[in-house]
Design a protein around this ligand. Structure first.
Ligand code: PXG
Length: 290
């Protein structure tokens, strides 16, 4: 495996960063998780825009242009001969001293890892997920805004631990006001009376690339879709529920906190959106080889 590290392609065993990198010391940095299907990178421009926006928000100057980032990412896929893959893009604040001050870090590090994707088992798509609500809350937007895909994922990791302790793979997270925001690494949607509802960006979510794509696909398929604030109660009494994310794509949820959602089976609208998303993902994207 060859990894892009600050302008060079290095073997996995040599892809190392300093213990003084502020990405490690403080989680000071940003990242993206991107996927390629059939030799095409899915929503590459959207992911690149999001990482540059995340960096801008934390005043991190990415040392290469968006075009260079794109070319390096495609070249990483080519050098690893990957057609179906998962790409992790990371920009850290770089090497500094042991203090917090980012001005002491003159050069941010850029890392691009292209690997095989680990998929959720097929039976999750056929039978749906059973998830629980985590006690840990999603970041307050005025602390670290969840729109920033930063290297600070500790609250989501703590929620993930809670999920696993109760035998689930995902946990629902609420914001500080108790409204539903998202899961640890996926956005959430529910369906009630044929309308699709998902939380609005301002209440503290990562505006998922998959989320935005599914909103568009749902509109094209003629569904009514609303971005609206809601509580867990709305999910307990929903007809259907599903999650979206780069790794999961569109995945049904059939139980939340021991409450059966709808009839306890992946719903019709969810199944339609799973199919529409797969069809779209397999027939779009930026070609790796031109
Ligand atoms: N919310 C959060 C908090 C995320 O981290 C999503 C939603 C979905 O966004 P996209 O753009 O992927 O549709 C994410 C992204 C993992 C993993 O290994 C998942 C993410 C990030 C890092 C790791 O499951 N999800």
């Amino acid at each position: 495996m060859l990894i892009y590290l600050d302008g060079e392609f290095v073997p996995r065993s040599e892809a190392k960063i300093s213990v003084f990198d502020h990405g490690l010391l403080y989680g000071d940095g940003v990242f993206e998780g991107i996927r390629s299907y059939n030799g095409n990178v899915f929503k590459l421009d959207e992911h690149l825009e999001r990482i540059f926006d995340s960096a801008k928000s934390i005043m991190l100057q990415i040392p290469i242009t968006i075009e260079e980032m794109k070319e390096n990412l495609l070249e990483t896929l080519r050098r690893n001969n990957l057609h179906e893959g998962y790409i992790r893009l990371i920009v850290t604040r770089g090497i500094g001293d042991l203090g917090l001050d980012p001005e002491k870090c003159p050069t941010p590090s850029v890392i691009i890892i292209a690997d095989k994707i680990t998929l959720y088992p097929q039976n999750f798509y056929e039978h749906g997920l059973e998830i629980v609500t985590a006690s840990i809350r999603r970041n307050y937007p005025e602390a670290v805004n969840p729109r920033i895909k930063s290297l600070n994922y500790l609250n989501n990791i703590l929620a993930k631990i809670e999920a696993k302790q109760s035998g689930s793979v995902e946990a629902l997270m609420l914001n500080n006001d108790g409204y539903v925001v998202e899961c640890t690494g996926d956005n959430i949607f529910y369906i009630k009376n044929e309308e699709i509802i998902t939380p609005p960006q301002h209440i503290g979510i990562l505006e998922g690339v998959t989320r935005n794509c599914v909103i568009e696909l749902a509109k094209e398929a003629g569904f009514k879709i609303h971005e609206r604030v809601f509580t867990r109660h709305d999910l307990y009494i929903a007809d259907e529920c599903f999650l979206t994310g780069t790794a999961a794509e569109v995945i049904p949820v059939v139980k939340l906190d021991q409450r059966v959602i709808g009839n306890g089976k992946p719903g019709i609208v969810t199944q339609k959106l799973i199919a529409a998303f797969r069809q779209y993902a397999n027939n779009s994207g930026t070609p790796i080889y031109t």
